[in-house]
Ligand binder design. Structure first.
Ligand code: PGA
Length: 254
């Protein structure tokens, strides 16, 4: 059994919540944290237009927060993009890179993810790289090959001494209510950990959190969290209500 020092409970709000809703949610959620184990690390990936609301409420707390996407340059003529330099100045600690919705709807490639990982790390942000196979890829037995390739290609500019994390999110489980079994998730996490071992050596690979994402809910959180290789969750739908996010944070026993 691996000894887990902490368990990350990360909310990915996608394009949900207005500034007022963000404020209401966070003001309600902050006192709920008192009932969670101190080993739970809550993280919020906030829609870009609400980041300043999150900064005002979360800076100075033990919750980490950041953006769902960043550009690979810190500034420049990139209309409509999110600068990682601005994110850092606002007080954020983290950002998502290569979520499957960014990959499929906005054509993000592994190459682009590699550049975003580098720029985030260069500015002192801890990027969370998302990888995951489609249903067709799983059905044709390509899961391990696909996720290993995504991992290696997206980490090719990584500074392994600096903080980063990985989220394994099978595309067929995102927003579908169809969760990977703890066995399926555990196997994929082990493959990712081995690939990380090869890339950056055992001790750094062991220290890198690998989260599971895809239809995590209060009802399946305990079983998934007991899986040896799962160091946290990346949660979409069930993170939109304070009660369900708090319930997930409360059921985990590490
Ligand atoms: P879900 O989303 O929990 O709604 O499946 C997860 C994600 O997209 O990060």
């Amino acid at each position: 059994m691996r000894k887990k020092q902490q368990f990350i409970v990360a909310a990915n709000w996608k394009m949900y919540k207005t500034p007022n809703e963000t404020e209401k949610f966070l003001k309600e959620f902050l006192p709920m944290q008192k009932s969670f184990s101190t080993k739970i690390q809550n993280v919020f990936f906030i829609p870009a237009m609400n980041l300043s609301v999150a900064a005002a409420l979360l800076n100075g707390t033990n919750i980490f927060w950041g953006a769902q996407n960043i550009h690979f340059e810190s500034e420049g003529a990139f209309t409509g993009e999110n600068s990682p330099k601005v994110l850092k100045e606002m007080g954020a600690q983290v950002c998502l890179v290569g979520h499957s919705e960014r990959r499929s709807l906005f054509s993000e490639t592994d190459d682009l993810c590699a550049r975003k990982m580098k720029s985030a790390q260069g500015l002192g942000l801890a990027p969370m790289l998302c990888v995951g196979e489609s249903l067709d890829e799983r059905k044709s037995g390509k899961t391990f090959q696909v996720i290993t390739e995504q991992l290696k290609n997206s980490l090719k500019l990584l500074d392994a001494q600096k903080k980063f994390s990985i989220a394994y999110e099978p595309v067929w489980a995102i927003g579908t209510g169809q969760v990977a079994t703890s066995k399926e998730a555990g196997e994929a996490h082990l493959i990712l950990r081995k690939a990380l071992n090869e890339l950056i050596g055992e001790s750094l690979a062991e220290a890198a959190p690998i989260l599971y994402g895809g239809s995590v809910k209060p009802e399946n959180a305990l079983e998934l969290s007991n899986e040896d290789q799962i160091d946290g969750f990346l949660i979409g739908g069930a993170s939109l209500k304070t009660e369900s996010l708090a319930q997930i944070s409360q059921v985990i026993k590490i």
